[in-house]
Write a protein that binds this ligand. Structure first.
Ligand SMILES: Nc1ncnc2c1ncn2[C@@H]1O[C@H](COP(=O)(O)OP(=O)(O)OP(=O)(O)O)[C@@H](O)[C@H]1O
Length: 218
């Protein structure tokens, strides 16, 4: 599904990624681990089209997305990629349901269809009693599960998660990890997850270890 070749990235004179090659198959849960500053988030952002590499190629299902212009890239991201961040990044003035619906509306889908899917997702994630709650009215675990529903609203090919359980206590972290694997088992959902959480890395199908801008163990 995802293939990247020879990705390089510099910030000023700092070489952050030094030739990354990687293939990820549909239905894989891949974790990326490594010391702080190894380049994990930078790689994740490039894979997720939030940032661009200085050189190298990123192919999704054989399409070279590095060649898309900014508008088409944004459209591609909205339709095919989901993101989950350490801090849920939900919009504070919107309810859980509205937050989940938003990327669906941006994709140009009908209100009825998007609302129905959002309600189904929130129900699946145990949040049917929180539809009308704003983020500040929910627990950390509930906020993060809402962010998972938002990531799923457009049925993305792949979900990128950057320290998704980094801000959760161990019970909520465990619940979140179980959700990822349930989504993989039931819907063949693909995940690439940057994490310092050893339990999550240990559960993944593959663990990539990064060091100084390179993948040193796959
Ligand atoms: N926008 C930027 N401008 C300049 N330097 C940056 C930028 N983003 C990241 N860096 C630097 O690039 C290096 C890699 O950062 P990155 O966030 O990818 O590491 P990481 O492995 O995800 O670390 P952590 O585990 O601490 O999140 C670091 O030295 C960081 O300071």
């Amino acid at each position: 599904m995802l293939q990247v070749t020879n990705i390089h990235k510099k910030y000023g004179s700092l070489e952050v990624l030094k030739g990354i090659d990687l293939m990820i198959a549909a239905g894989e849960v891949v974790s990326i681990v490594g010391a702080s500053g190894a380049g994990k988030s930078t790689l994740l952002h490039i894979l997720g089209t939030l940032d661009t590499a200085d050189s190298g190629e990123v192919f999704f299902d054989g399409n070279n997305i590095a060649r898309l212009n900014a508008t088409d890239m944004a459209k591609f991201r909205n339709r095919h990629i989901g993101f989950i961040f350490q801090f849920h990044n939900l919009l504070p003035e919107f309810t859980a349901l509205e937050n989940v619906c938003l990327p669906g509306f941006l994709a140009g889908r009908t209100e009825k269809e998007v609302r129905q899917r959002a309600e189904e997702l929130l129900q699946m994630l145990g949040l049917s009693h929180r539809l009308d709650h704003k983020p500040s009215e929910m627990s950390g675990g509930e906020q993060q599960r809402t962010a998972v529903a938002r990531a799923l609203i457009n049925s993305p090919k792949i979900i990128f998660a950057d320290e998704p359980s980094g801000n959760l206590d161990s019970k909520n972290a465990q619940e979140l990890h179980d959700i990822f694997f349930r989504l993989r088992d039931e819907f063949n959902q693909t995940f690439v997850i940057v994490t310092h959480n050893e339990q999550l890395a240990g559960m993944a199908d593959r663990t990539l270890v990064m060091k100084d801008g390179q993948i040193v163990i796959d």
